[in-house]
Design a protein around this ligand. Structure first.
Ligand code: G3I
Length: 351
C-alpha cells in the first residue's frame, strides 16, 4: 500500500494521471483480492454443518473465501449436550477436522446463552449450587473437548437486554448477575490459550444497549476477569445509520479488547415486505453498508482486529428468511453462490 501512496503522490505532484483540472487522481485500486482469505485479518462465516457435508458448491465457497469458521448451531448447548449425561460431538468434530485440513480457524459459538437450551436444562430443578455445577460442567467439558482445536469462544451470548438491563435468563435467575464473570473463569480454567469473547447484538441500535454492553465488558476487564474480546453480531440492515454502525465498531475497540464482528449480515428488507424483489438500488445500498462496516473495522489497530464473520454463507442459507418469513438477500453471495455487489463493497472497504 505504501508503494501505491508514493505512486499517487508522484502522480499528484507531476500532474500526471489528472482526470481534469483540479481533480485529484484516483489512486489505482490494488489488484483485486483473489479471495477474502488474502485480507489482512480473518474473514469467516457461520456454517451449516449439514451443508458442509452435503453440498460441494457450499463448501467450495467457504474454503475459497474464509479462513475462519463458526458453527451456526453445532456447538450450541442443545446440540452438544442434549441430555445431562450425553454429549454429541460428531457435527462439531467434523467442522474442527475440516478446519484443520483447510488451514482455517474455528470460533466456538456459544457456551452460555438463553436460547438453544435442551429441555433438561430449562426444566432443571436443582438449587443454586446444582445450577452452578451444571454451568461449570458444561463449559469445562466442552472447552476441554475442543482445547487446542477451537481458537476462541463466545463464552456468554446476549446477556444484555434491549433496555440495557441484564436479561432475566435462566442463568441470571438461578446463578445471580455475576454468572457472566464465573462463566469466563470456568472457560479460562479449561483452556488457558483460547480467546474468550462476550458476544451480543444491537451495538448499532443506539447508545442504550451499546453502553450497557460496554459497561459490562469494561467491568469484567477491570476486575481481572479473563475476557479477551468483544463480539458484535451486527445483524444489521440498509436502514441503520452509518454513524451508529461506525460507533458500534469504534466504541467496542475503545475497550482495548479484540473486536470480532461475529455475525454480520445486511438485510435489505427490514420492513419484512412479503412481495419485495431485489433491485439494483437495494444491492447498491447493501454494498455501501458492507463497505462502511469493513472500512471502519479495517481502520482499527491491527492488534484488535480478530476478524469479520458473516452469519451464513449465501442468501440461499440465510437465517433471516426463516426468521422474518419474508424474502431477503443479506449476504455477499447470492442464491446461486455468485458474488454480489456486496462482495465488491467488502473488497473496496479493505483498500
Ligand atoms: O435440528 C432441529 C431439527 O431436528 C428439528 O426437526 C427442527 C424443527 O424443530 O429444528 C432443528 O433445530 C433448529 C436449528 O436452528 C437447526 O436448524 C432450531 O429449531 C432453530 O431454532 C435453530 O435456529 C438457529 C437459531 O440461532 C437458534 O439457535 C438458527 O439456525 C441460527 O442461525 C441462529 O443463530 C443465532 C446465533 O446463534 C446467535 N445470534 C443470533 C443468530 C440469529 O438468530
Amino acid at each position: 500500500m505504501k508503494a501505491l501512496s508514493f505512486l499517487s503522490l508522484i502522480l499528484l505532484l507531476t500532474g500526471c494521471g489528472k482526470k481534469g483540472a483540479g481533480t485529484d487522481p484516483e489512486p489505482p485500486l490494488p489488484p483485486a483480492l483473489g479471495s477474502l482469505r488474502e485480507a489482512a485479518f480473518p474473514f469467516g462465516a457461520a456454517v451449516n454443518v449439514n451443508l458442509m457435508r452435503s453440498t460441494t458448491a457450499y463448501q467450495q465457497v467457504v474454503t475459497r473465501e474464509y479462513r475462519s469458521v463458526t458453527a451456526e448451531n453445532a456447538m450450541k448447548f442443545r446440540s452438544l449436550h442434549p441430555d445431562a449425561a450425553t454429549y454429541t460431538w460428531s457435527d462439531a468434530d467434523y467442522l474442527v477436522q475440516y478446519a484443520r485440513q483447510n488451514n482455517s480457524r474455528v470460533h466456538g459459538h456459544t457456551l452460555i446463552w438463553h436460547n438453544s437450551l435442551p429441555s433438561w436444562v430449562t426444566n432443571f430443578q436443582g438449587d443454586s449450587a446444582a445450577w452452578e455445577n451444571l454451568m461449570k460442567t458444561h463449559i469445562q467439558t466442552v472447552v476441554g473437548h475442543f482445547r487446542g482445536q477451537v481458537a476462541s469462544w463466545d463464552v456468554v451470548n446476549e446477556a444484555v437486554a434491549e433496555d440495557g438491563t441484564l436479561r432475566p435468563s435462566p442463568w441470571r435467575q438461578h446463578l445471580g448477575p455475576d454468572y457472566v464473570a464465573r462463566a469466563f473463569q470456568y472457560a479460562r480454567q479449561a483452556d488457558p490459550d483460547a480467546k474468550l469473547f462476550y458476544n451480543d447484538y444491537g451495538h448499532e441500535y443506539g447508545p442504550t444497549k451499546r453502553t450497557a454492553i460496554l459497561n459490562l465488558v469494561n467491568g469484567l476487564k477491570s476486575r481481572g476477569i479473563p475476557i479477551d474480546g468483544i463480539g458484535l453480531q451486527l445483524h444489521t440492515n440498509i436502514n441503520r445509520s452509518d454513524a451508529n454502525l461506525a460507533a458500534a465498531i469504534t466504541t467496542a475497540a475503545q475497550t482495548g479488547l479484540l473486536v470480532h464482528i461475529s455475525e454480520l449480515d445486511v438485510a435489505v428488507n427490514p420492513d419484512n415486505q412479503a412481495g419485495l424483489t431485489l433491485t439494483s438500488a437495494l444491492q447498491t445500498a447493501q454494498k455501501a453498508k458492507y463497505k462502511l462496516i469493513v472500512q471502519t473495522y479495517n481502520a482499527l489497530p491491527a492488534t484488535q482486529r480478530f476478524g469479520i464473520t458473516t452469519w451464513n454463507v449465501t442468501d440461499a442459507d440465510t437465517w433471516v428468511r426463516g426468521y422474518c418469513s419474508c424474502p431477503d438477500w443479506p449476504l455477499p453471495f447470492n442464491d446461486q453462490y455468485q458474488k454480489k455487489p456486496a462482495y465488491d463493497g467488502i473488497v473496496e472497504g479493505l483498500q
